[in-house]
Design a protein around this ligand. Structure first.
Ligand SMILES: [Zn+2]
Length: 602
């Protein structure tokens, strides 16, 4: 029926794919001229696979146009697959959420299954787009949920519906079919609106990830969220992780390319570009043009990172855990230049670990944390984490804090005291917690006329140490239907002196450290280090290795010389909105020179 896929998921070379919404399938693929133009634009954009949407807004393009387009693209060397987008227009609409459906409704379920069956007869693969979620409060949903809270009801409903109305009927029609779930980008809200991350990755054949960060000034989402979302879902999905998916919405060239870079850094090797439109895919379109110019470097990046997984500081977010007033904190820690590895189970073997409020969902969190630090680990706890566990004296002793450890406040500060020096932020930073350390050492404080507020504290404990970082983000109001970041967060304004200190504490057991201002992402892959500059100006970074080293440092994706290592230190400039890749970090098995030689042979 179709060309079989040679590669899938996070392995192999970098590949680009196009997604064509259901109405556009008819609009563009109904005649030979449209098909030929699409083929020309796909070839120009190095597109090797096209996903044709078979449902959107209740619209099914029809067997005739789909089969003709499928055969046309396959015969021209382009793989084909189906999309499925259950939005308003199919069955019954959700009472809340403009595009969403009421999935309790039998009408919705039956119509969806009908389209799934028709699609599965045409394609060997279906990817379900973002809309397997709901916020319907209709009386039918309310009585069906019984004693469950809304989020729990939606998750159970959609896990069951995915099996009964999508996966099983598709397999029934086509035993060879691969059924994929694509998650949106908003990982810290999945559990509220029915995105089940426990059962879907088990039931679907692959898991794909939305990395559509878009313009941070418009949507308040920072670039690191693409990496965070992909990496957290990858920790849950294992080998089932597929690829990344981003779009043109609220994009300009730099951010459009950054979506691709963050996807690749997190592990994606196939990138779906939503959505096909002749203007958007024109090589003259500013976003497409910027991407096409960057593709050779992106291919090189993917090649260098083949068989490499991100390493670094673990961030523990259990399945279905809520961020409360630390929503999306992971994004901001990444923007402060911490190389983060999100995980959904307690990372016993990590060297360094962030424990946000979400981690309290683990009923054994206190015992696990104490054991982790006693044997030599570094933990960074948030005010929310400590406050929730303040009833347990052991956590207060670990942090070196009084009881109560935290009291609320609401101040904005831009002057800081960092060890014995002072530092200024680029603009004001909001603090919503006062910290009360007793035995913990205060490493940095915000200076305010109401009294100084600790920002970073450290307490030695067992063979390890406990850091407290005064970081809060924002909270969604109860009943909010918002999914993406709710408001601007000031944490990325943190002065470099504080982020350097935080990074140095968290990386004290790693073979490297980086000194660089915030809004620079740091990514670590055992023997490769990547720095991405999200700033609109070039930035200076100093990379330090624990071992001595004297040689030239190259940017591996461009072969340009970045500078000279001197006694294990390297000073570099990272151009604005750009990234550098270094094979500089010493792995556990190899000495610096061995490692350098070994990598040279690639
Ligand atoms: Zn309903």
């Amino acid at each position: 029926m179709q060309t079989k896929f040679k590669n899938s998921g996070h392995i192999g070379h970098l590949r680009f794919s196009a997604f064509v919404p259901a109405h556009s399938v008819n609009g563009y693929f109904s005649d030979d001229a449209g098909l030929n133009e699409a083929l020309r634009l796909f070839k120009a954009s190095k597109i090797s696979k096209v996903y044709m949407d078979c449902l959107r807004g209740g619209h099914f393009p029809g067997e005739e146009v789909l089969i003709k387009a499928r055969d046309f693209f396959n015969s021209n060397g382009i793989e084909t697959s189906a999309g499925l987008t259950p939005t308003n227009g199919t069955g019954k609409a959700s009472t809340h959420g403009r595009w969403w459906l009421c999935f309790t409704s039998q009408k919705t379920q039956e119509e969806l299954e009908g389209i799934v069956r028709r699609t599965a007869k045409i394609f060997d693969e279906i990817i379900v787009d973002d809309f397997l979620c709901t916020f319907c409060h209709c009386s039918e949903c309310d009585s069906a949920r019984g004693d469950k809270d809304w989020g729990g009801y939606y998750r159970d409903l959609l896990a069951q519906l995915a099996k009964d109305r999508i996966i099983n009927p598709a397999r029934n029609e086509n035993p060879n079919i691969k059924v994929i779930i694509k998650y949106p980008q908003w990982y810290d809200r999945f559990h509220v609106f029915g995105y089940d991350v426990e059962h879907h990755p088990k039931n679907f054949d692959e898991v794909w990830v939305g990395t559509e960060i878009r313009d941070p000034l418009i949507e308040y989402v920072h670039q690191y969220q693409a990496f965070a979302n992909y990496s957290w879902l990858a920790s849950i999905s294992g080998d089932k992780i597929g690829g990344g998916w981003f779009d043109f919405i609220n994009c300009y060239p730099e951010i459009y390319v950054e979506q691709a870079v963050q996807s690749i850094l997190a592990g994606a090797r196939e990138l779906i570009r939503f959505h096909y439109d002749t203007d958007l895919y024109s090589p003259e379109n500013p976003n497409t043009k910027a991407l096409l110019e960057t593709i050779p470097r992106l291919e090189k990046l993917a090649e260098l990172l083949d068989n490499h997984k991100p390493e670094g500081i673990a961030f523990y977010k259990p399945i279905d855990s809520d961020g409360e007033d630390e929503a999306y904190l992971l994004d901001y820690l990444g923007m402060l230049g911490l190389p983060i590895v999100p995980c959904h189970t307690f990372p016993d073997t990590a060297k360094s670990l962030c424990l946000p409020i979400q981690a309290v969902d683990d009923p054994e969190i206190v015992e696990k944390t104490l054991a982790f630090v006693e044997k030599g680990g570094t933990v960074m706890m948030t005010p929310g984490f400590i406050q929730k566990l303040a009833y347990d004296e052991r956590i207060l002793r670990l942090a070196g804090y009084a009881n109560p450890p935290i009291t609320p406040l609401d101040i904005w500060a831009f002057k800081f005291s960092v060890k014995q020096s002072s530092a200024e932020a680029e603009s004001h930073i909001r603090f919503q917690a006062n910290l009360h350390p007793i035995t913990a050492e205060v490493l940095a404080s915000a200076i305010h006329n109401k009294g100084n507020v600790p920002v970073l504290t450290r307490n030695r404990y067992g063979n390890g140490k406990a850091i407290v970082f005064n970081a809060k983000t924002f909270r969604y109001p109860d009943g909010s239907g918002r999914v993406t970041v709710g408001e601007p967060v000031s944490l990325p304004n943190m002065p470099q002196a504080i982020v350097d200190l935080l990074r140095a504490e968290m990386l004290s057991d790693f073979p490297f450290n980086v000194n660089v201002r915030s809004r620079v992402g740091v990514y670590f892959y055992s023997d490769i280090l990547v720095l991405t500059n999200f700033d609109n100006q070039s930035v200076h970074a100093t990379i330090s290795l624990k071992d001595q080293r004297f040689d030239q440092a190259k940017n591996l994706v461009t072969d340009s010389i970045l500078g000279e290592w001197r006694e294990g230190k390297l000073n570099i400039e990272i151009p604005r909105r750009d990234f550098v890749v270094l094979k500089s970090v010493i792995s556990n098995q190899l000495s610096a020179s061995d490692n350098f030689e070994a990598k040279e042979e690639i």
